[in-house]
Design a protein around this ligand. Structure first.
Ligand code: SF4
Length: 378
């Protein structure tokens, strides 16, 4: 079983915090879709004929494409890979794109999951982040998708925003719950280098929330969603029973995936590769029959590191007997030795052959995972 990720690198305008690759050159959509289909066809042996179980349109803003463009892509995927085994087909969408006609059009296509980038329901903050929509539009967009028959909706939220209060965050969470979204992804705001937000911080024009507040937002997130019946199946991802993202879960279970489009990553269990982040270069090279990408071959140690990162961050945890079997005694003991101080402090636990973060451990998961990683030249 494998997945396909399709990057749609167009945004009407850029949000101040975002470091995903996208462009506002809308006039290039048609030539892009043409190049994308060429890449999809030319790489159809990458997944070794495995059944494609998930298809994910991410961005950028995939909801900037029209029906004709989607049909071209779906026809191409069907011809090159087959869609018979495809169980989850996700579209990332911006709320203001989801008007009545657009949602009706989406229902005519094979999408069965809509992931809506809402971020917050607080209008002044939406404006400040340079989002294109209001809270009201976001709420309407969710209702419109539900009324049209989409039964698997995910909402993206961001917390730890400058001057955010507990009351604002609580209100965001309550609103997401009231909307009965089947899935909620919630990420702390990150000041990524190179973004306008980073520049504001650099010029001391914005106040980052302090660590204590960040931790209290995270605790509120976990407790509020748990109380509402959501399962935290990954550090930042929550779902009602049975609604985990199959596509994202395949990243965490090391299934193969093919990523097409500029900046898209692919993984085939022996190497990782990523396309260059330039729309112009991408179109130009693909049209010449070349693919502009970089690649990293994985060895025992890099694969061990991937296993630690992908499994510890999920509710599944790290299966110790498989670790020993696949990576050998040395790495198995290395892992246990490095986990031991965290187990003593109650941050990790071993139950039924599985190493997992405890509730306390989730709050400092990054530093715990980094302690378990293999570092060359030890
Ligand atoms: S957050 Fe989404 S809509 Fe905003 S710039 Fe990034 S990709 Fe585009």
């Amino acid at each position: 079983m494998a997945g396909i990720y399709i990057h749609i690198p167009f945004c009407k305008r850029r949000c101040i915090y975002c470091d995903f690759y996208s462009t506002t050159q809308e006039e290039k959509k048609e030539s892009y879709v043409h190049a994308l289909c060429k890449e999809l066809v030319s790489r159809n042996s990458y997944l070794d004929g495995e059944t494609v179980e998930t298809l994910y349109f991410g961005g950028g803003t995939p909801s900037q494409l029209d029906e004709r463009a989607f049909l071209e892509i779906f026809n191409c995927v069907t011809r090159a890979y087959g869609m018979e085994g495809c169980k989850e087909i996700t579209l990332e969408a911006n709320p203001d794109d989801l008007n009545a006609d657009y949602v009706k059009m989406l229902r005519r296509l094979p999408f069965n999951r809509i992931s809506i980038g809402i971020q917050t329901f607080h209008d002044p903050m939406l404006q400040w982040l340079h989002r294109r929509h209001t809270a009201h539009q976001a709420i309407d967009a969710v209702h419109r998708c539900q009324d049209a028959g989409f039964g698997n909706i995910s909402i993206d939220l961001i917390y730890g925003l400058p001057n955010e209060t507990n009351a604002i965050w609580e209100k965001d969470l309550r609103q997401a719950i009231d909307l009965k979204a089947q899935h909620i992804s919630a990420y702390h705001l990150i000041y990524e280098e190179g973004t306008p937000l980073w520049q504001l911080k650099d010029r001391h024009q914005v106040n980052e929330v302090d660590e204590e507040k960040s931790l209290s937002f995270f605790a509120r997130l976990i407790d509020t969603l748990k109380e509402a019946g959501y399962e935290q199946y990954e550090i930042s991802n929550f779902c009602l029973p049975g609604y985990h993202s199959r596509h994202n879960s395949s990243y965490w279970t090391e299934k193969k995936y093919l990523g097409c489009g500029p900046s898209a990553h692919s993984y085939n269990q022996t190497s990782r590769q990523w396309n260059l982040s330039s729309l112009d270069r991408y179109i130009e090279q693909i049209e010449k029959g070349k693919l502009p990408f970089e690649k990293e071959d994985l060895n025992l140690h890099t694969r061990y590191n991937e296993r630690v990162i992908t499994s510890i961050r999920t509710i599944r945890g790290l299966r110790l007997s498989s670790l020993k079997e696949e990576f050998g005694e040395e790495l198995y003991l290395y892992c246990l030795q490095n986990a031991s101080p965290h187990i003593e402090r109650g941050l990790l636990e071993i139950k039924e052959d599985t190493l997992r973060l405890t509730r306390q451990g989730i709050f400092i998961s990054d530093s715990i995972m980094s302690d378990l990683l293999w570092v060359d030249n030890l």
